[in-house]
Design a protein around this ligand. Sequence first.
Ligand code: ZN
Length: 239
Amino acid sequence: MIREQTVKEFDKSITVLTRSNGIVHAYVSNAKNIKNSKSTATGLLTYSQFVFYKNRERYVADEAAAKEVFIGLRSDIKKLALAQYLCELAGAVVQEEEPSEEQLRLVLNSLYVLSKNIKPEPLVKAAFELRMMSLCGFMPNLVCCSGCAIYEHEEMRFIPTDGVLMCPDCAASSKKSGVLTGLGATAAMRHCVYSEFDKLFSFTVSDNAMNAFKKAAEQYVLSCLDRQFTTLEFYKSIS
Ligand SMILES: [Zn+2]
């Protein structure tokens, strides 16, 4: 459940990231009635089993049962705000009517890691951003410098507008500045884009590299999608 909006007194309009059909916008009647089992299942950030039917061109959620509510996110305003941004980002890049198993897995794993405090928030955020963008057709090219193909450089830069790496010489000659990702943040970004899914969160970032890693991932999202996210603004305002 990545978005909910009350319609009339008891009904809801919801957005769900589904395994089989990607983003689904649906209508739920009587969902605000807390005696109704659909009430919990259609709450934001809940992983639920849904049965939808199509009425004319619109999906209607006929049955819904909550499977996981990520309780650890509910008591921490910062985590909750970050989780809402991850959902808003998923809603912006995942397609409708497309199987989206990996994207769903990414959202569920990220919410789990956040809710259980397994990794620092900035790491989860940046890993999610880079992986989600990669899964949805915006994979950056982090193999080597896009100009001279050098693999590593202490002053390697990531150019968010182009989604590429550049060594300082190539960056200077093409008049690009980007984010100085050096060795540590470049390695972390490569891990997020190219690692096997099961190992996505199995990495660490030094304090020194964290800032560049965070900045590069976020700027890449904003530059690819050319829009702002109210949930991101809110998360940053309380961080
Ligand atoms: Zn170069």
